[in-house]
Design a protein around this ligand. Structure first.
Ligand SMILES: O=P(O)(O)OC[C@H]1O[C@H](O)[C@H](O)[C@@H](O)[C@@H]1O
Length: 294
C-alpha cells in the first residue's frame, strides 16, 4: 500500500519531501512546481540551489529545477520564462510506494494567466525518485476549444564540484543556436568544457537532442572520485546548456560571485519547434537523470 506524503515547509514555502524506501529523496515546492533538491539513494546532493535565492510568492527561485512554461526566455510577449515558475501549483498526489516516491502537481489557467495568455490548459508536473534515478515529467493538455502553442523547459541546475573539472559528453554532430554569439553552430567535439580557458559564458540551444541514441553525460572530476550523471530526455526535442561565467554571474543579484563555478544547467526543452496542441490534445516531455557508478 502506498503511504501518503504530507505537506511540509521548506524555505518558508509549502513543500513535499519525497523519500523512497531505499533513501532516495527530493524536495518539491508547490511554488512553481519547483524541485529544489535531489539526493540519490546513498548519495549526495545533485542539484545546485543558490544560497542567495529568494523564496517568495511571485518570485523566481535560482537553482534546483525551474519549470519554464509557456514561453522560453524572452521569445514572446510574456514575462521572461513564462508564468509557471512563479505560480502556486495544486497538489494532486504524493506518496511513497514499494520502491519509489512520487508527487504530481497541477496548474490550470485562471483569470491572471488568461489576461496574458488567453488559453485554457491543464499542466501536470510529476516527479519520481527511486535508487539512482530522478524522473521529471511535464504534461500539458489543451482544455479549451481553440489550438495554442507553447515553448517549455525543465531548467535543471546540475551541481558540480568545480566548473573547470566538469564536462558534458554526447552532443557531437548536433547543430545549436549560440545565444552568446547569436549564430548557429555545429558541435564538433564530443565534450563541451564549460570552464575551459577562454570560455566565459555558455548559452546554447542544441537541436534534436531527443534523436540521440545515447544519453548525455555530465562528468565531474573535481573530487577524489569521478562522478557521472546520465541525462535522458523524451518529448523535449532540444537541450539548453547554460552557465553565466564570472561576468554575467556578477550581474545576478540572487547568486554569489563564485556561484557559476558550482553548476552547469542542462535543460530538457521544447524551443525551436513550439509544441502545437489542438483542443483536447496532450503533450508530455520527460527528463530523466541517473547517477552512475554508485
Ligand atoms: O535568469 P533567468 O531568467 O532564470 O534565466 C537564466 C537563463 O535561462 C536559460 O538558460 C537561458 O538560455 C539563458 O539565456 C538565461 O540567462
Amino acid at each position: 500500500m502506498p503511504t501518503p506524503i504530507a505537506l511540509t515547509r521548506h524555505h518558508g514555502l509549502e513543500a513535499l519531501e519525497l523519500v523512497a524506501p531505499d533513501g532516495a529523496r527530493a524536495v518539491l515546492l508547490l511554488h512553481g512546481a519547483h524541485l529544489t533538491s535531489w539526493i540519490p539513494a546513498g548519495g549526495e546532493e545533485q542539484l545546485y540551489l543558490s544560497p542567495k535565492s529568494s523564496f517568495a510568492t511571485g518570485q523566481a527561485i535560482r537553482g534546483g529545477v525551474p519549470l519554464i512554461f509557456p514561453q522560453f526566455s524572452a521569445r514572446g510577449p510574456l514575462m521572461r520564462h513564462g508564468f509557471a515558475r512563479t505560480k502556486p501549483w495544486q497538489l494532486v498526489q504524493a506518496e511513497q510506494g514499494v520502491d519509489d516516491a512520487l508527487a504530481v502537481l497541477q496548474l490550470t489557467d485562471d483569470a491572471a494567466t488568461r489576461m496574458v495568455w488567453p488559453h485554457a490548459f491543464s499542466a501536470e508536473l510529476s516527479v519520481r525518485v527511486s535508487g539512482q534515478t530522478l524522473d521529471i515529467e511535464l504534461a500539458v493538455e489543451n482544455t479549451g476549444d481553440t489550438p495554442f502553442d507553447f515553448t517549455a523547459a525543465l531548467h535543471t541546475y546540475l551541481r558540480t564540484g568545480a566548473l573547470d573539472a566538469t564536462s558534458l559528453r554526447g552532443l557531437a554532430g548536433l547543430h545549436y543556436w549560440d545565444q552568446v554569439k547569436n549564430a548557429e553552430q555545429v558541435q564538433r567535439s564530443d565534450l563541451v568544457l564549460p570552464g575551459s580557458p577562454g570560455c566565459e559564458d555558455l548559452d546554447r540551444i542544441y537541436y534534436q537532442v531527443s534523436q540521440l541514441k545515447e544519453p548525455l553525460q555530465l562528468i565531474d572530476e573535481s573530487g577524489t572520485q569521478r562522478r557521472a550523471l546520465d541525462l535522458l530526455q523524451q518529448g523535449f526535442d532540444d537541450a539548453v546548456v547554460w552557465n553565466p561565467g564570472a561576468g554575467k554571474c556578477a550581474q545576478l543579484a540572487d547568486m554569489p560571485a563564485d556561484g557559476y563555478q558550482q553548476f552547469l544547467c542542462v535543460e530538457a526543452a521544447a524551443i525551436e519547434r513550439p509544441v502545437l496542441l489542438q483542443p483536447g490534445e496532450v503533450w508530455s516531455g520527460l527528463q530523466s537523470l541517473r547517477r552512475q557508478g554508485a
